[in-house]
Write a protein that binds this ligand. Structure first.
Ligand code: AVI
Length: 323
């Protein structure tokens, strides 16, 4: 008899459905119950999120895009002709504004989008290649952290982390992420962070309770995904989206409230979770920032503020940091 040794690639054993099942079971067994918001973004969820960004109440994307358009040249003047890399690039729509500013300075540009969604990456690559023939695109299909080791090779570099996505991380996760990201950058590399600022609670609550109900569908989609992938048989119509802004915590708390009792079955792992009528499960947190507090926090990771760009209403900020 001969021995057989199997060597698995780091990611190769990772089955996305198992990952979702395991995380769902962990979150439903916890108290208070909560789901990991990264599972909101399957194909249907990503499409719903794109529609959220078009809703009149959701000011974040529109404001950030306007800031990029107004300040792309100033950003390029500070960073010089660096490689652009984007974490969670999605459709790369906003990034085209920066690519345009880079090309106007006559540079050949290298763009490295990083995203877990292969379909979003290939769509973005096609779009960029057809719009900008002199941009070299190297797309990386992975979780953010798996791409961090590449950053040394890509320096000099500007990493983009836009959309206030940092706000969806738990405080612990945000600190680990920023520490690891800062450590992966070389001296004089840059990070451009998009951050939604604390403001009138009514404006914030409206953004997460749009009249067309798209954000509500986005919340319910994580349960629809359980039906599709985990063999759950939930009536998603009886699940209500509840989004409240907690001013003291500067966070929007998004919950799914069950209006009737139901059982969440995760067949792969042989688990059942009875949910009572009225019970709420947290699906997402969206932090809002004040520049006075966030700049010293970023500095504590060795990320030095080079410039901040805000709109007239001070609703949103682009923060350019240097390592
Ligand atoms: C992706 N992220 C920054 C969005 C936000 O505003 O926190 C996700 C979102 N959830 C509901 N609406 C938008």
């Amino acid at each position: 008899a001969s021995n057989t040794t199997a060597i698995l690639d780091g990611d190769a054993g990772q089955d996305p459905v198992f990952d979702f099942a395991y995380s769902t079971v962990e979150g439903l067994a916890a108290r208070p119950r909560r789901l990991e918001c990264r599972f909101l973004y399957d194909r249907a969820g990503s499409e719903l999120f794109e529609r959220i960004t078009e809703q009149p109440e959701y000011y974040l994307t529109r404001t950030e895009t306007a800031l990029l358009a107004a300040h792309a040249e100033a950003i390029r003047a500070i960073t010089g002709a660096v490689t652009l890399s984007e974490l969670g690039s999605g459709s790369s729509l906003k990034t085209r504004i920066l690519l345009q500013a880079w090309l106007e300075r006559g540079d050949r540009v290298r763009y490295v989008p990083i995203d877990v969604s292969r379909s979003a990456l290939s769509g973005a690559c096609r779009l960029i290649e057809s719009t900008f023939s002199s941009v070299l695109v190297i797309a990386v299909n992975s979780e953010y952290r798996c791409a961090f080791p590449l950053f040394r090779e890509l320096s000099p570099l500007l990493v983009l982390f836009l959309g206030s996505s940092l706000g969806n991380f738990s405080p612990g996760h945000a600190s680990v992420f920023l520490g690891a990201l800062a450590a992966s950058l070389s001296a004089d590399d840059f990070l451009l962070l998009g951050l939604d600022l604390a403001k009138d609670p009514e404006v914030i609550e409206r953004a997460y309770n749009d009249a067309a109900g798209i954000t509500a569908d986005f919340t319910r989609n994580i349960f629809a995904r359980m039906n599709r992938e985990l063999g759950s048989r939930l009536n998603v119509d009886s699940i209500q989206h509840v989004a409240r802004y907690l001013p003291d915590q500067q966070e929007v708390e998004i919950k799914a409230q069950f209006t009737a009792s139901q059982v969440i079955t995760v067949s792969q792992l042989g688990q059942r979770f009875p949910i009572r009528a009225g019970e709420a499960i947290e699906v997402e947190r969206c932090r809002k920032y004040s520049l006075e507090a966030v700049l010293p926090y970023l500095e504590s990771f060795g990320l030095h503020c080079e410039a901040t760009f805000t709109d007239d209403r001070k609703w949103y900020a682009l923060v350019l940091l240097r390592r």
